[in-house]
Design a protein around this ligand. Structure first.
Ligand SMILES: Cc1ncc(COP(=O)(O)O)c(C=O)c1O
Length: 426
């Protein structure tokens, strides 16, 4: 595709975009805000907005406890089955529960117990900190013979695959990686890593938080073992919505959750005093889910399903390439460097631009002082401005406007009006 920098070109791209109508499925409080959060929270689906009132009024308000049977009890499994096709899993392999951190704990613990003659865990320096914290906690729990080793990056953008493969040795019980790295957007070749780990007798646990709904994931095709991920990013499930976990059918009866809660029991309402794990994926549930947040995940999943993950990926790549083209054309000489892989096959659906004044530039985008649009990316230390491309609602026009606004903020030094002291949430 030959891109150009004109407004007309962006307009033409938006008009001919086959997914353009999906933007109407989302709530826009202010048409002048460009939302490119990268991606810590997806936009609110209109259906979810209405559903929240229905759940509180009809299900909770009117039907009270009866709603457990009619609407709520089966939802973790039903939603898991709706997430499954988005991540290349089969029915009965995915369930919605807890947070990503807790799910990672449950599955990593189960894998270490199963593979108990091996004592090494391998991850990488790009993994999300919570994943590493959970693994560090497991080391304490499993004892001093256990070690966590991190594969390195020589360019800060991609993981050195040779280093990773060398670290996965015969003593490796478990490999835990984010399929898409939260800062740089580096995307692993899942097949290659899974094959290598399996050859060494290790299980692989993927964190799909930045991948689910953003890139096609093929868990069953790649013979994956385990995965976790959140629902509030590209799945548009809402702030703090419960996460999901995946356990390949081949492992479900072999692995045990360390959190033996009653929702994972075979017959919770028999109130037996001894735990009996449920059959299948249910055994990885723990306790009562946060029902309102759980229920409001569904509209986002339905929208993604309708748009089709392959179509979304096609648009995401096109928009990312356009964004990088504009970066090169318009921002040259302004101290921006790309913090993401240049090859789209190795990149998720967000792009990091690095700048020494990244934080203050971010603040200037979010708090414009003139008639400029409000633009919301996010910031990741030390200097990454992270732009999430969400093909369900991102337009080419918005991407173009963002690049020209970045140019304005840097050339006029507008960012100097802002403090570099970080807010709590960046
Ligand atoms: C890759 C990744 N894993 C895990 C988490 C944390 O998930 P949770 O807060 O649901 O435990 C995040 C949060 O942004 C993330 O980006």
């Amino acid at each position: 595709m030959n891109f150009d920098t004109s407004e007309n070109f962006a307009l033409k791209m938006d008009n001919s975009d086959p997914l353009k109508d999906f933007r109407n499925h989302f709530y826009f409080a202010d048409k002048n805000t460009i939302y490119l959060d990268g991606n810590s929270l997806g936009r609110l689906p209109l259906k979810a907005k209405n559903l929240i009132s229905e759940i509180t009024q009809t299900q909770w308000g009117n039907q009270l406890i009866e709603s457990w049977n009619s609407h709520w009890y089966e939802k973790p499994v039903e939603l898991g089955n709706k997430i499954a096709p988005l991540i290349g899993a089969n029915e009965g392999e995915v369930v919605v529960s807890d947070s990503t951190s807790v799910n990672l704990y449950k599955l990593a613990h189960a894998a270490l117990k199963y593979n108990s003659v091996k004592t090494r865990i391998v991850s990488d320096v790009f993994n999300f900190p919570t994943d590493l914290y959970i693994l560090q906690g497991l080391l304490k729990e499993f004892g001093p013979s256990y070690h966590l080793t991190l594969a390195q990056s020589s360019d800060g953008i991609s993981i050195d695959l040779k280093d990773l493969k060398e670290k996965i040795d015969e003593n490796t019980a478990l490999v835990v990686l984010s399929l898409v790295a939260f800062k740089s957007s580096f995307l692993y070749d899942a097949q290659q890593i899974t094959d290598w780990a399996h050859k060494k007798g290790a299980l692989v646990l993927w964190d799909l938080s930045h991948a689910a709904g953003a890139v096609p994931v093929e868990l069953d095709k790649t013979n994956a073992d385990l995965a976790v991920g959140c629902t509030y990013k590209y799945l548009n499930g809402g702030p703090g919505a419960p996460a999901f976990l995946y356990v390949n059918k081949k492992w479900q009866e072999k692995l045990a959750s360390p959190v033996q809660g009653w929702f994972g029991d075979n017959r919770p309402f028999e109130f037996d005093l001894n735990y009996q794990p449920a059959e299948g994926i249910r055994r990885f549930l723990a306790g009562t889910p946060p029902v309102i947040s759980l229920m409001t995940i569904e509209p986002g999943l339905d929208t993604l399903q309708e748009a089709g993950i392959k179509n979304l990926r096609k648009k995401s790549i096109l928009q990312s390439e356009y964004f990088l083209f504009l970066t090169n054309e318009i921002l040259a000489g302004l101290d921006f460097t790309s913090g993401s892989p240049t090859d789209p096959e190795q990149r998720g659906s967000h792009i990091s631009l690095k700048h020494p004044e990244g934080y203050r530039i971010c603040q200037a985008l979010i708090h414009p002082q003139k008639n400029a649009p409000k633009i919301i990316p996010d910031f990741r230390e030390p200097d990454n401005i992270r732009f999430g491309i969400t093909p369900l609602y991102t337009t080419f026009g918005e991407l173009r406007e963002t690049i020209f606004r970045l140019k304005e903020i840097v050339t006029t030094k507008e960012f100097e009006n802002f403090s570099a002291t970080r807010k709590v949430v960046t």
